[in-house]
Design a protein around this ligand. Structure first.
Ligand code: NAD
Ligand code: TDX
Length: 331
């Protein structure tokens, strides 16, 4: 199988490539990645001799057309992915997430190539803390940030191309991922690397916001289940029943460093900050037989802490650049 993996030098994409090289040695993998600030070629070092890497933009229609023509399946991870950045400058989010998806859809339509679209639970907006309902495949779209709006727009393009042009597409909307090789701008790696640097973790607002955490390897095994067995045209929600509020997560990180659970600072809240995400992944489990492997968040988090402790050269340069950006926003 010839696979085109967009965004394969980013967090989830690089873990997907590593998992695929390990478990499916016959797959021929080409990574298309623009190598933005969020990429890290160090994430692909271990598999460099087993894959092809093309530096380029998913919105470059000619390049995308030529790469899709040589592929059997496209898995589209590439995106501008950070909410805080989307509040400072939304344009790259419109360009990459919407126009980039459009250019891939046009190419898979022309070459009749199977397409899987990676998306997020943030397209559904947020839930009250005491809402007994969770997001499922029928939940209405209600995005809050420029990031989530651009992802929602890209999902809508995929749905339209599947229905109107018979594009062989599936979509997955996943909850918050954690694990190795995540950029230090994101919550968990930011706080782990802060503690390593002797800086107190920084919680937005009052810290009660809830995220539904899933290990990146579980996200990627679900993506494979959908690519292998998913119904064309169908959306599947991916989640591992991992709801935690930010205070609880920071408490666990501090505990793993032997520090007091309240050794953190509260900082300016994110404008429009979504309160709670929660996924009901029953369809994926019952129809495709998928199950998460990382069911103990504390253990998965401890492995992640160990990974950042052992891989400082991977994150140090990005940490300096990231904290300059946050400092300018008093966060
Ligand atoms: P990331 O920011 O770590 O990586 C994104 C990668 O895409 C980077 O390597 C970057 O260089 C590349 N990229 C950006 N713009 C590009 C362009 N125009 N052309 C080609 N490559 C480009 O993101 P991530 O956290 O790995 O997220 C991957 C996907 O998963 C995204 O679509 C995101 O919306 C989705 N997702 C993420 C999460 C999460 O918790 N991180 C949860 C659900 C869904
Ligand atoms: O320093 C911080 N302090 C803090 O309290 C940071 C960076 C974040 N937070 C809070 C904001 C959120 O409530 O932590 C929570 C998680 O924040 P992020 O890591 O920025 O993730 P989130 O905004 O929830 O979005 C993530 O999950 C869905 C990914 O970045 C998206 O790409 C994905 O679609």
């Amino acid at each position: 199988m010839r696979l085109l993996v967009t965004g394969g030098a980013g967090f989830i994409g690089s873990n997907f490539v590593q998992q695929t090289v390990r478990e499916r040695p016959d797959a021929e993998i080409t990574v298309l990645d623009a190598m933005t600030y969020a990429s890290n070629l160090g994430s692909l070092t271990e598999v460099a001799d087993k894959i092809k890497v093309v530096e380029g933009d998913v919105a470059d229609a000619a390049l995308v057309d030529s790469l899709v023509a040589e592929s059997d399946v496209v898995i589209h991870f590439a995106a501008e992915s950070h909410n805080d950045n989307s509040l400072n400058d939304p344009w790259p989010f419109v360009q990459t997430n919407i126009i980039g998806t459009y250019s891939l859809l046009q190419a898979v339509r022309k070459h009749e190539v199977r397409y899987h679209h990676i998306s997020t639970d943030e397209v559904y907006g947020d839930l009250e803390l005491d809402d007994p309902n969770r997001f499922d495949e029928e939940t209405s779209y209600n995005p809050s940030s420029p990031y989530s709006a651009s992802k929602a727009a890209s999902d809508m393009l995929v749905r339209a191309w599947a229905r109107s042009f018979n594009v062989q597409a599936t979509i997955s909307n996943c909850s918050n991922n954690y694990g190795p090789r995540q950029h230090v701008e994101k919550f968990i790696p930011r706080q782990i690397t802060n503690v390593i640097d002797g800086v107190r973790p920084k919680l937005y607002g009052n810290g009660v916001n809830v995220r539904d955490w899933i290990h990146v390897d579980d996200h990627n095994s679900a993506v494979w289940a959908i690519v292998d067995k998913g119904r064309i045209g169908q959306t599947y929600l991916i989640g591992a029943d991992g709801e935690q509020n930010n205070l609880e997560v920071v408490g666990m990180i501090l505990e793993q460093f032997g520090k007091a659970k309240d050794d953190f600072d509260l900082v300016t809240d994110r404008p429009g900050h979504d309160l709670r995400y929660a996924i009901d992944s029953s369809l994926l489990r019952s129809e495709l037989g998928w199950m998460p492997k990382f069911t103990n968040f504390r253990d998965g988090l401890a492995d992640t802490v160990d990974w950042y402790r052992a891989n400082e050269p991977w994150w140090r340069a990005q940490k300096l650049a990231t904290e300059k950006v946050y400092a300018a926003q008093a966060r």
